[in-house]
Design a protein around this ligand. Structure first.
Ligand code: GLV
Ligand code: MN
Ligand code: MN
Length: 454
């Protein structure tokens, strides 16, 4: 009995399977129809599954890296150099390929526009810069610029029309003092236009060399409230995201920067015959000044930083006591009052130092890039977008300067950071992982889409 039951049980199951199979076959077409309908409904209800093409961004970064490539693996693509001109041509080709309508404005910025469906809406701006510091890396500015172009490329491929007109902007000469973005914001004054850039050209000459028209700069400036906003993706340039294993930084504020050229005049004389107590050694004074800068900047609590980044010595020979030194002083903080206060203290200390060393200090009028806060609702939007894509986030300040701080004068701005490996930047070893770049570009894309939907 037990045995029969044992035999029967499988027969019953077997028959059950047949029954199910037959039933399934009978229902097959309606099932398929149901699945297709379910899929279509889900597709209509859920956000479009759009993503950037990470491999394409990587290829574009590699191609851009060839313009101004240096033997150390980075780039020297200072603004207005031949390498800069070639890099800009390459960016223009990519922008046209992404369906953007491209022009160079009177300030020399490259602007690619894409029409929106709501003609009354103000433009939404995205972008960054592709010029570099001397002996720089391949990620500062380039990641944000090429990712902004990638956003336009994806919109074109997916045939997505935003409600807002979109402007992809490659700002000129960010490294020489956020020149192109300042032309849109506060405007460029004579002092800026006459500054000599790393290329050896003045800003005015350089702007002309890249296709700008310095006499028509007023036409570039935009009124406060004339843009819907600006989003910029950038590498962190510090090490905190990598150290804390965080995918995306949401920037809360960008430091202000003060630059001043300091001249120290002594007396050039014979290095062999002039006794040690009778010298007016400008370089010795400069060395003591550099130490003083460090002491003054570290004498108060906070995140302020101060640097002497370059020194020129005259006449520059083994056997001549240096008669003149010119050096570059930089101060940074999120609070403008703090760094202007430190600058005053440094000047006072320099006067005392000069008297003690029988040399004379003079400072050029400080050139100030003002600090800026990012927009709170933009911070929220970037953070929520990043989290919805599965990324961890951290709200953080930026110790580096960015075009976003100039654009903050005319409208709300937001910045997205991705990790910089080892916190290295402004150096050939600057590196960000392809996956992090793709993540950041996807956050940029979806922040733009979410902003446009609101
Ligand atoms: C720009 O990268 C700066 O912080 O100087
Ligand atoms: Mn930059
Ligand atoms: Mn930089």
């Amino acid at each position: 009995m037990d045995a029969r039951n044992d035999l029967r049980l499988p027969q019953i199951e077997h028959a059950g399977v047949h029954w199910c199979a037959m039933k399934w076959c009978a229902m097959k077409s309606s099932c398929l129809l149901f699945i297709v309908l379910l899929g279509l409904t889900a597709a209509a209800q859920s956000p479009l599954p759009v993503r950037v093409n990470g491999q394409r961004i990587h290829e574009h970064l590699s191609s851009l890296a060839k313009f101004g490539a240096n033997p150390q693996g980075g780039v020297s693509r200072v603004a207005y150099s031949d390498a800069d001109l070639k890099g800009r041509e390459y960016a223009i080709t990519l922008m046209k390929g992404a369906g953007l309508d491209v022009h160079i404005d009177a300030a020399g910025n490259i602007i690619g526009t894409r029409a929106g469906s709501g003609p009354q809406l103000k433009p939404l701006l995205i972008g960054s810069h592709i010029d570099s510091v001397p002996m720089g890396g391949n990620y500062d500015g380039d990641v944000g610029s090429l990712s902004a172009i990638e956003v336009a490329q994806v919109l074109q491929e997916k045939q997505i029309t935003l409600r807002h007109p979109l402007e992809v902007i490659i700002f000129q000469n960010e490294e020489g003092g956020t020149i192109g973005s300042q032309a849109l914001g506060e405007g460029l004054d004579e002092q800026r236009l006459n500054l000599v850039s790393q290329s050896g050209k003045t800003i005015r000459e350089g702007t002309r060399a890249i296709g700008g028209i310095p006499e028509q700069l007023a036409s570039v400036q935009r009124l406060p409230g004339s843009i819907a906003g600006y989003f910029e993706l950038h590498i962190e340039q510090g090490g905190s995201l990598e150290r804390e294993k965080i995918d995306i930084g949401v920037v809360e504020g960008i430091v202000g920067i003060l630059h001043s050229d300091v001249t120290i005049e002594g007396f050039a004389n014979h290095a062999g015959t002039t006794p040690m107590d009778q010298r007016h050694d400008a370089l010795l004074s400069a060395a003591r000044f550099i130490e003083t800068v460090n002491q003054v900047v570290t004498s108060v609590p906070g995140r302020q930083v101060g640097t002497v980044g370059w020194v020129k010595v005259e006449p520059g020979a083994y056997n001549v006591i240096p008669g003149k030194v010119v050096l570059g002083l930089e101060l940074r903080d999120l609070d403008e009052k703090k760094f202007t206060g430190l600058f005053s203290r440094i000047r006072t200390e320099a006067e005392t130092l000069g008297k003690l060393n029988q040399t004379r200090f003079s400072f050029t009028d400080p050139v100030i890039t003002r600090p800026a806060l990012t927009d709170k609702t933009f911070q929220q939007l970037i953070g929520d977008t990043a989290k919805s894509l599965g990324f961890s986030i951290k709200v953080m300040p930026s110790g580096a300067g960015h075009d976003a701080q100039e654009i903050a004068r005319i409208g709300p701005v937001g910045m997205i950071f991705i990790p910089s490996i080892g916190g290295i930047s402004h150096a050939p070893k600057e590196f960000s992982r392809p996956q992090d770049i793709e993540n950041g570009a996807n956050v940029l894309l979806h922040t733009v889409l979410a902003f446009d939907r609101k």
